[in-house]
Design a protein around this ligand. Structure first.
Ligand SMILES: [Zn+2]
Length: 97
């Protein structure tokens, strides 16, 4: 998967509405999850749709073949240690003006 901006915000979204929706790390994770897997999580190797979550390493292992996928791998967020909400705010500010 090519690294690109997979998060898009609706045009004209106000800053307060943005913060309501994406103001927490958890909200941003959910939004990125939906952007990456719009039809639900799917294993890249075997196509299985059931997965776990290893909190310490923050990866989603496939329940069948055990391949591990991180939420941010293959996205522009992969190489960063910044919180997702920081990125979301930056993208919002860049795309709304
Ligand atoms: Zn699998």
């Amino acid at each position: 998967m090519a690294a690109k901006n997979q998060v898009q915000f609706q045009p004209g979204l106000s800053l307060t509405a943005f913060l309501d929706r994406y103001g927490s790390e958890q909200r941003c994770r959910e939004a990125l999850m939906k952007a990456r897997w719009p039809k639900g999580w799917r294993c890249l190797d075997c196509g299985h749709t059931s997965h776990g979550h290893l909190r310490r390493r923050d990866v989603y292992p496939c329940n069948r073949c055990k391949r591990q996928v991180s939420l941010t791998s293959g996205t522009l967020f992969a190489e960063t240690r910044l919180p997702l909400r920081t990125w979301f705010l930056a993208i919002y500010l860049l795309t709304q003006h």
